[in-house]
Design a protein around this ligand. Structure first.
Ligand code: R1P
Ligand code: URA
Length: 235
């Protein structure tokens, strides 16, 4: 049955959903992966597509930007459409010297400055972690590629204004990248006893902006991350 934000029926979604932030990237991914893709929802311009990859069902749907937006879609997909796993295919800013623009980060866990996870379990600082089988599948698909990293990221409520001392401290603690959704996704998956992973392409670097991707490149440059995401979706 349709929800306030998804105009589809239960069987319209595959058990695994790839979820970029950008609706245009979602359409591009669907066209790239699934010649048989059909649009199953388009509420608020957030297109959702379902088809098959190598005979296996897959859906692609954008989250919009930030945890509140992703939270709406993840909640509805897990609770109303029998979705079992969501794999975010996103962009992120590098915040440590060991990652470069164009590298891929498989987000093992996600620190956050958002209150959304603070209030989940009273008195507890919730740990937002990826699902191990999905991490393992993505790592296996990465092979020996040294530009693919497996590490914690930070999910922030603000895109602009990363305090320099916070960036340094996060890097000192092994955090490689900043984005805006993974911590929310991991927590919602845990809430529903489902699986989640974020595979992030580094689109810009907080310590050196000389190689930052343009808006168009951010829409297009995701193929390597996509291969890992599909491996996780179908593991
Ligand atoms: O490229 P996407 O997947 O949207 O991810 C990143 O880009 C957006 C900010 O430009 C935020 O959603 C952030 O998490
Ligand atoms: O949240 C984000 C996403 C991409 N790049 C950033 O610097 N921050």
């Amino acid at each position: 049955m349709a929800t306030p934000h998804i105009a589809a029926e239960k069987g319209d979604f595959a058990p695994a959903v790839l979820m970029p932030g950008d609706p245009r990237r979602a359409e591009r991914i669907a066209n790239l992966l699934m010649p048989d893709a059909r649009k199953v929802s388009d509420v608020r311009g957030i297109g959702a597509y379902t088809g098959t990859v190598d005979g296996k069902p897959l859906s692609v749907m954008a989250s919009g930007m930030g945890m509140p937006s992703l939270g709406i879609y993840a909640n509805e997909l897990f609770s109303q459409f029998d979705v079992r796993r969501i794999i975010r295919v996103g962009t992120a800013g590098g915040l440590a010297h060991k990652v470069k623009v164009g590298d891929v980060v498989v987000a093992l866990g996600a620190h956050t400055d958002s209150a959304m996870n603070t209030t989940r379990i009273p008195g507890i600082h919730f740990s937002a972690v990826a699902s191990y089988p999905l991490v393992a599948a993505a790592v296996a698909a990465a092979g020996s590629d040294t530009t693919i990293h497996v590490a914690p990221v930070v999910s922030r409520d603000h895109f602009y204004g990363n305090p320099a001392e916070q960036v340094q401290a996060l890097a000192d603690y092994g955090t490689l990248a900043v984005e805006m959704e993974a911590a929310g996704l991991y927590a919602i998956a845990a809430q529903y006893d489902r699986e989640a992973l974020a595979v992030l392409t580094i689109s810009d670097h907080l310590l050196d902006h000389s190689q930052d991707m343009t808006a168009e490149e951010r829409e297009h440059n995701f193929e390597r991350a996509l291969a890992l995401a599909v491996a996780a979706a179908h593991c």
